[in-house]
Design a protein around this ligand. Structure first.
Ligand SMILES: Cc1cc2nc3c(=O)[nH]c(=O)nc-3n(C[C@H](O)[C@H](O)[C@H](O)COP(=O)(O)O)c2cc1C
Length: 140
């Protein structure tokens, strides 16, 4: 089944902290799984980059909800495309904090360290991987 893929960048609100991040991850893991949405979220303060992919209606509804979220601003879509299949079908929401150094997350979150995240992003289709690699500080 074709999926809609959206990658956006945004900036965390000033004072955004780890407990807020954990709240977002907990909600995301549960809701995305229910809505058959998968993706990857990288936070390198203050920047977020997130891939959302899944059934087009569900992805659009989620994107609109996220874009209105006051915990970040300057939300800008950097990629929007249909694909034959999801790039990360097994992850309700993979997460990397490139700020904390060590990763923290709820136990059921898929949390990557920097090296894992980098090789994961390098293995993505280039158009999707590029904005993630950019925020990780890897030049193309
Ligand atoms: C950077 C960022 C990423 C988010 N990613 C997701 C996500 O993948 N899935 C999700 O359900 N909510 C995500 N949220 C949270 C939503 O904006 C929203 O708060 C949540 O879905 C609950 O919506 P509701 O209060 O309208 O029920 C994210 C928020 C931010 C700031």
């Amino acid at each position: 089944m074709p999926v809609l893929q959206i990658v956006y960048r945004s900036l965390a609100r000033e004072g955004f902290d780890e407990p807020e991040m954990l709240d977002i991850l907990r909600v995301s893991q549960a809701r995305n799984q229910r809505d058959r949405i998968s993706g990857l979220l990288i936070h390198r303060a203050p920047v977020f980059v997130q891939l959302l992919e899944g059934p087009p209606d569900a992805v659009l509804a989620l994107y609109e909800r996220i874009a209105r979220d006051p915990r970040h601003h300057g939300v800008e879509v950097v990629l929007r495309q249909e694909a034959a299949q999801a790039a990360m079908p097994t992850w309700a929401m993979g997460y990397l904090s490139a700020t904390a150094g060590d990763c923290a997350g709820p136990e059921d979150a898929f949390v990557f360290d920097y090296a894992q995240a980098r090789s994961l992003c390098e293995a993505l289709p280039p158009a999707i991987g590029a904005p993630f690699l950019e925020v990780l500080g890897v030049s193309a």
